[in-house]
Design a protein around this ligand. Structure first.
Ligand code: NAD
Length: 307
């Protein structure tokens, strides 16, 4: 009998091709909890992207052995419920670091050079914007990283190589000598990063410890000239506090690829601000990266179900 696999949200076709005729693969009509609960019967393996894979779904699964996360962050999967049922959870940790790091550096450069406001001003005929002198150089400036795992480390190396930035970081799970090998000075005091950095970039998972880590008090510690970049998870930054800080000029700008609620509502307050650069959780969705994530997640399912 063929092994049933459910793809919760569509993935690149290269991932589907990984499954040979030992598998019966079905893409869910939609990723809602109700639909997935219905589709999960008899399924042994699933590939999940960002949709919530809840305790309720796991309780409805009668044959599930493996959940493969297409990407890195597993905060959308109820890991405790999966563990209780002996279901293996995999991700594709090496697939997207380069893509997210490249986009992070692009955002840092765009904020510093005011790429989007300058583009908008030029199009509306506001040539004099060039004499406002708001763009800044990054050379010699301090980049503060929160989290220096795969993505954070690449961001550190690229920022030093491309912009000659000095890199400091907070990551309680990394040894100083490992950080030093990547040219990063590790701080034990998180708040010092907020006080000293010209650009802060977040690269932690969303956990009980990191939820709300960037709050009003920490934003108030930042230099008024500093930028905040969040390409990790929306819940790590208090969006309301960020909006207030940006609006009153407590910090110079921010770039977000992730939001507390995704997609954000059409009238999200941050949308009205000019000093914010936004993207739709797309840092890992490059042409190359979607192939790496799709094939990596699919191979993980195949290995577990046939190994
Ligand atoms: P990783 O596991 O390699 O690194 C995460 C790092 O965060 C680790 O070094 C860990 O020690 C550190 N960390 C954990 N708790 C911390 C804390 N309280 N304070 C400071 N550091 C802490 O993961 P990665 O591949 O570098 O990815 C990081 C995160 O980026 C993912 O968990 C995910 O949420 C996010 N991500 C976003 C996208 C996107 O499309 N925007 C894509 C991939 C990953």
């Amino acid at each position: 009998m063929k092994k049933k696999v459910l793809i919760v949200q569509p993935i690149h076709e290269s991932g589907l091709k990984v499954f040979d005729d030992r598998f019966e693969v079905r893409v869910a009509p939609d990723p809602s909890v109700e639909t997935v609960k219905r589709e999960i019967k008899g399924v042994e393996g699933v590939v999940v992207r960002t949709a919530p894979f809840t305790r309720e779904i796991i309780a409805a699964a009668d044959s599930l052995k493996v959940i493969a996360r297409h990407g890195v962050g597993v905060d959308n999967i109820d890991l405790r419920a999966a563990t209780e049922r002996g279901i293996l959870v995999l991700n594709t940790p090496d697939a997207n670091a380069v893509s997210v790091a490249e986009h992070t550096l692009t955002a840092i450069g765009a904020l510093a050079k005011r790429v989007l406001p300058m583009d908008r001003a030029t199009r509306r005929g506001d040539w004099e914007v060039r004499n406002e002198y708001k763009a800044v150089d990054l050379d010699g400036k301090v980049l503060g990283l929160i989290g220096i795992g795969r993505i954070g480390t690449l961001v550190a190396r690229k920022a030093a190589a491309a912009f000659n930035m000095q890199v400091i970081a907070y990551d309680p799970y990394v040894r100083p000598e490992v950080a030093a090998k990547n040219g990063v000075i590790l701080y034990e005091d998180l708040d010092r990063i907020f006080r000293e950095a010209d650009v802060i970039s977040i690269h932690t998972p969303l956990t009980a410890e990191t939820r709300g880590l960037v709050n009003g008090a920490r934003l108030a510690m930042m230099k008024p000239s500093a930028f905040l970049v969040n390409f990790s998870r929306g819940g790590v930054v208090d969006e309301e506090a960020l909006y207030q800080a940006l609006k009153r000029g407590a910090i110079a700008g921010a770039a977000l690829d992730v939001f507390e609620e995704e997609p954000p509502s059409r009238n999200h307050p941050l949308f009205e601000l000019d000093n914010v650069l936004l993207s739709p959780h797309s840092a890992a969705l490059t042409q190359e990266c979607v192939v790496r994530m799709a094939t990596g997640a699919a191979r993980g399912v195949v290995e577990v179900l046939t190994g």
